[in-house]
Design a protein around this ligand. Sequence first.
Ligand code: MTE
Length: 318
Amino acid sequence: MLIRNRKSWEVPENEATPHSTYLNRRALLQNAGLAGIGLMMGSRHSIAAPVSGFPPVRNPKYIVQRPLTSEKDATTYTNFYEFGSSKNIWQKAKKLQTDPWLVTIDGLVDYPMEIDAADLVKKLGGMEERVYRHRCVEAWSMTIPWGGFPLSKLVKLASPKPEARYLRMETFFNPDIASGQKQSWYPWPYVEGLTIDEAKNELAFLAVGLYGEALPNQNGAPLRLVVPWKYGFKSIKSITRFTFTNEQPVSFWENLSPKEYGFWANVSPWVPHPRWSQSRERVLGGGSVETQLYNGYEAEVSYLYKNRYTDDKRALFY
Ligand code: MTE
């Protein structure tokens, strides 16, 4: 994202597989009673799913009028700098042990806790599937069926004190497993943040799965954020800590280059990145489309920014 002006998002057409492949595979797994176990030989998914409840039932409120990205593209073309800056890190990410996985919830809350991800998921209740658009700041996009929970459920569980204004999230730090973390010029661990109001927005989602199965490591197992109205870098993977605070968190990319990666990072076609336009996006699997304000989720999220932004459209991003 930062260092070079690359065009690595140009995935060869022949890597794309049609939507029907996902549906057929899912039906097959369901019939065989294997869904969610990830035992397929050579699977790009985790070996052990730390949570149960797969495949989740799709919530018809959250669908997208675009074909789903092929599961292969979504699981092999990934950004996870902990394992290196190339897109093809899915094999390296297999080293990550995601079960058990300790999650800390702390800061300005009534109920701080240290809890295993699987137990947290049980506490959060029934899992659902949502299909969301996913727009990377690098000007490519996907459409992905995520399995998980509204983030608002975690906020409710923690019960933030009235003075808490932000939710800061952090990824693991383990350079022995994640060789990208040996690159000391990056401000590890990966950090992201939202306002509490953003975290309570109906779209903010904690994903534990995709395409009907447990999240593969490269997509952020066992637990990652999905905020589809913001650029993808806000959707932090493999979260270990949720801290409720009254200070605006400085996120990983913002820390590295605040002029390129703002805290708000709402998808906004009129705010170009300093090195490229954001008016269009390359759709993985083929074609290109105009980028939409808030990535097409204006109706759901614009109330969050009404008081902040008047004439300066750049403020949607910075
Ligand atoms: N989270 C962590 N911990 N490390 C990362 O490098 N990359 C971000 C985001 N979350 C990243 C991360 C970026 S730039 C994007 S576009 C999305 O993850 C990509 O999610 P995907 O690989 O599942 O498509």
